[in-house]
Write a protein that binds this ligand. Sequence first.
Ligand SMILES: *[C@@H]1O[C@H](CO)[C@@H](O)[C@H](O)[C@H]1NC(C)=O
Ligand SMILES: *[C@@H]1O[C@H](CO)[C@@H](O)[C@H](O)[C@H]1NC(C)=O
Ligand SMILES: *[C@@H]1O[C@H](CO)[C@@H](O)[C@H](O)[C@H]1NC(C)=O
Length: 319
Amino acid sequence: MKRLYLAIMVMAIDFAHVTSEPSELERLKKTLDMVDLTLAFDILGLRRDLDTERRLRLELQTTVHQLQEQMFANNHTNSINEIDNLRADFKTQQSIIENVLQEVHVVQNQNHILRNDNTRLQNENNDLRHMFIALNEAFKEEKHLRKQMERRVNGLRLMQENLQFESVQETLQLNGLKLSEFEKHLNLRVSFSAQVSPSINDIDPYETIVFGKVIHNEGNAYNPINGIFVAPVDGTYVFFSNLLTLSKEFEAVLMINETIELLLYTGQPNKFANGSNMIVIHMDKGDRARMIKHNVWGKRPFYIHNYFSTFSGFLLNAG
Ligand SMILES: *[C@@H]1O[C@H](CO)[C@@H](O)[C@H](O)[C@H]1NC(C)=O
Ligand SMILES: *[C@@H]1O[C@H](CO)[C@@H](O)[C@H](O)[C@H]1NC(C)=O
Ligand SMILES: *[C@@H]1O[C@H](CO)[C@@H](O)[C@H](O)[C@H]1NC(C)=O
């Protein structure tokens, strides 16, 4: 190409002298011929070069093809290796995937369990909510009841206080009664003294000795007609009796109702004799006290002298 360019340049220079000199034309012709020759050579060389290039290209193509085949083969073995690797990887991946699947399964199970738990919890939550509501209701009810209870307790307390007051009042009244009774008892004066009058010439066994002459009879508890003293109140009483008799043996006793409580003995053969005794004893209201000729002992007549033969008694303490 360089050469071609050079030739064209020379041609151009020579062309400028065409008109001026005819010999120049000749020279130019020669030059052109030379150029043609050179060109022919060049074309030949070029052709050769082209052939060579074509051959080389073919060879290259073959080589490339071979190389490609080789590469493909290599690629194939590589691929096999890669496939193996891939297989191994795949297996690994598969096991990983299996593991992951298992985990997914586990997670699913857990999820299931959790869902169940969640349902259960929701149920429990509902239950709890219901319980809470119920509790709230119960609390309100309790509050209400407590108020009622408080009111009732207050009422009861008031009632109790009233009752206590009433009880105190009753106690006071009772105490008042007792006091008035006590006062009555305190003011109660019971005492008597009586003599046999006139003298008793004879008396039957177990007969009540009547002391007919009252010397003193405060409260009128002693009856001089039948000789019996009736206790007007519960209390401690004191009795004394003295008998002057004329008989070998004479025994008299104080009877409280039907019980012998005091023994009195007197008696001398053909002589007057005194016998006396005293007793302090409790009597209930209505109990009766009297002196009787005790038993059948001795020899009749059982004479009891007047004046000296006395029966006396008094209330020591009421209650
Ligand atoms: C291997 O083969 C692949 C696909 O067939 C291709 O893309 C790659 O270029 C080849 N590698 C070689 C080094 O030839
Ligand atoms: C009996 O007692 C009185 C006084 O109590 C006395 O005067 C009298 O002499 C006594 N009689 C006899 C017989 O002891
Ligand atoms: C004693 O007799 C009276 C009258 O009969 C009676 O009211 C009273 O209950 C009797 N007392 C006892 C202790 O039996």
